[in-house]
Design a protein around this ligand. Structure first.
Ligand code: HEM
Length: 447
């Protein structure tokens, strides 16, 4: 195998001009999984640009922990910045600490407990809208649940509802657009292709809706007790308030980072329970003991053990955020390799979770691998990333997913005739389509 630099191997199969574009667009998951066999650091080509894929848990940890050297950057981050503004997820290291500190209080345990009440209410609304024997489109239902819940946590004001609906409707085109724009060469990105136009339109509509909501909040001047009110009243260490542009970018980022990821995780978990009725029954035994048939609340969480492990295993098999990039700000040594400044590095939770050296029987769905006595390779399970840029909403997502999944299983028997893997669309998230599930009521629905 050709060595590009000492310690970095060149992935085979690059075509002239387009490089590895075809496998990255057609079957990126399979392509990624082939890379560890070439080495711990493997160079791939996206058109004329190159990127180094980091294939060992130890090296991924080094990249994630040294966030000054391996800063946010690379094609996906550029597109995210373009779509959302320079929010916390895409800003460089130099701006990150200030933005992270301004958001962190909104994710404290006390706040999470308050959000759990909104979650329970929204889960209740969802599950009481189902009827016995109906087939539900799980992807759509979980998307509706996550978008309503997260949007309600961000803006509780009645006047913000239309904006919430607009943003939720635009997000699928934004997600699809960000991934396509990231892998397309710059020339194709600028052409008026239908996909490019759809993306631009969706981005502009969402952008305008969030701007309008911020103006509404500024005008009424009230504290609505939600995340937007908190951001409007935040002051940084130097006593400066966040600008409207910064608040705008934070809100867009939270919507984009939180909704699809959580919806996708829940969709996969429901799909997996349909494919594994034995696990579904075990989970029902747990929920019967803890909940009976009522909707789960914050206080139930410590006893919803298996539900948490099912979600964790779904995140391992199908990590919603499957590919992320970093850029070196300076020359850096990684294992035996000298990485030049401004090199794009890729880390992939999907690749890591499916490497059998670090996750035995990687394709098996086995929630019990997460029992406390089981051992794991450090850094081999990274659905929420790591280091200073680790997901700020990890506990939020786990809380919503655990409450939702256990309530659904407590109240409904889930089955799908289809044993095929749903069609996976690798957008910014690993999105499953066509998860149709028949729901059978386990309790009398009030007339
Ligand atoms: C299952 C659901 C979720 C998954 C799998 C997930 C995954 C991730 C990952 C892997 C990162 C790190 C990205 C990187 O290294 O470049 C991240 C960052 C982030 N996530 Fe999540 N996320 C989820 C839910 C949420 C939720 C519910 C929110 C907020 C409501 C959220 C907000 C964020 C933010 C703001 C960042 C950027 C953090 C920073 O750079 O300081 N995420 N997420």
């Amino acid at each position: 195998m050709e060595k590009v630099h000492e310690g970095i191997t060149h992935a085979p199969g690059a075509l002239p001009i387009i490089g590895h574009l075809l496998p990255l667009l057609r079957d990126p998951l399979h392509f990624l999984n082939t890379l560890p066999s070439y080495g711990d650091l493997v160079q791939i080509r996206l058109g004329q640009q190159t990127a180094v894929v980091v294939c060992s848990p130890e090296l991924v940890q080094q990249v994630l922990l040294q966030d000054r050297t391996y800063d946010k950057g690379g094609p996906i981050i550029e597109r995210v910045g373009n779509a959302l503004g320079d929010g916390i997820a895409s800003c460089p290291h130099s701006a990150h600490r200030r933005l992270r500190r301004s958001l962190q209080p909104a994710f404290s345990r006390t706040c999470l407990r308050d959000y759990a009440a909104i979650m329970t209410e929204q889960i209740d609304t969802l599950t009481t809208s189902w009827s016995d024997g109906r087939t539900v489109d799980v992807s759509a239902q979980m998307y509706a649940l996550a978008s309503r819940t997260i949007a309600r946590t961000l803006f509780t004001a009645e006047a913000a509802r239309p904006a919430v609906d607009t943003v939720a409707a635009c997000l699928p085109d934004i997600f699809r657009g960000i991934y396509q724009q990231a892998v397309l060469p710059p020339l194709l990105r600028r052409l008026p292709l239908p996909s490019n136009l759809r993306y631009e339109r969706a981005r502009n509509r969402a952008w305008a809706a969030v701007s309008k909501t911020i103006s509404l909040y500024r005008q009424d001047g009230k504290n609505h007790g939600d995340m937007l009110s908190m951001l409007l009243n935040t002051h940084d260490d130097a006593g400066g308030a966040l600008s409207d542009a910064e608040i705008h970018a934070q809100i867009m980022t939270l919507l984009v980072a939180g909704i699809d990821t959580t919806a996708v995780a829940l969709t996969w978990a429901v799909h997996l329970l349909c494919q594994h009725p034995d696990v579904q029954e075990r989970l029902r035994t747990e929920t019967a003991q803890v909940l009976g048939t009522r909707t789960a609340t914050w206080d139930d969480l410590p006893r919803l053990d298996l539900a948490g492990r099912v979600i964790t295993e779904a995140l391992r098999l199908y990590p919603p955020g499957w590919i992320f990039t970093r850029t070196t700000t300076t020359g850096a040594r990684l294992a035996d390799a000298m990485i030049p400044p401004e090199t794009t590095l890729i880390y992939s939770p999907y690749l890591m979770h499916h490497d059998e050296r670090f996750n035995p029987r990687p394709s098996s769905f086995d929630p019990d691998r997460w029992l406390p006595e089981q051992e794991h390779v450090r850094g081999a399970f990274i659905p929420f990333g790591g280091g200073a840029r680790k997901c700020i909403g990890d506990n939020y997502a786990m809380t919503l997913a655990t409450l939702a999944l256990s309530t659904i299983v407590a109240q409904w028997r889930l089955s799908s005739g289809d044993h095929q893997l749903p069609h996976i669309e690798p957008r910014v998230t690993l999105t499953p389509h066509g998860v149709q599930v028949r729901v059978e009521c386990l309790q009398r629905v009030p007339d």
